[in-house]
Write a protein that binds this ligand. Sequence first.
Ligand code: HPA
Length: 251
Amino acid sequence: MFGIIGGTGLASIHELKVLKRELIRTPYGEPSQPLIFGSLSNKNIVFLARHGSGHTIPPHEINYRANIWALQSVGVTKIISVATVGVIDEAVKPGAICIPSQIIDYTYGRKNTYFDGAEMPVKHIDFTYPYDESLRKQIITSAQALLKTVVTEGVYAAVQGPRLETAAEINRLEKDGANIVGMTGMPEAALAKELNIAYAAICPMVNHAAGRGQSKDAISFSSINELCDNDVCQHMMIDVIRLIQTIVSKN
Ligand code: HPA
């Protein structure tokens, strides 16, 4: 069964026929909200809003371990994560989606593994390709059929937040090889891999990163949530929902 993790701008899916809501308790605490079980394109799925239903949980305080654990505990084997990002390349206009292929993790102080504590074995998962390639391909195929522009690969820089970056930090991320920047991609992807869940992301590119393009002088919103209070972002989310419906219907 598919699990969908919605980020900023996607706190719920109106097209979802909700069957029940259930608060799951995990050994790691509670997930961001009760899981929402429902039917989308006639398929059963589970939805979870990463920042909680009222968008109250900032990226560094999300209980990523509880979220992924809860989804697996109810039978989720594949996760599509939706996570807005800033785009680093000035030549790329915000307004399209990117399906990232790689990650560089700059986060710190987050609980980033299930393999800790005295009772757990030492385990190092392979993370060469952080996203599930088959799920990534499914997303790309459907996205190319539905949308005008799709960026089919990219290196996602996962930053700590909640503040946005300095222009120099963005220059450094670019030198490191990153194309997009966001605050929630890790440790989510690694935790899914630890639990053998196929995981891939859809990243709406909602703004130019700090010091670039339209964000040359400043990024003109105080919360990333505010970013989605505009037509461009809202249209992107409509596209993202259509895309998710198509992918889910084919499974
Ligand atoms: N930086 C970090 N996270 C983000 C951004 C950004 O510019 N846009 C959306 N999430």
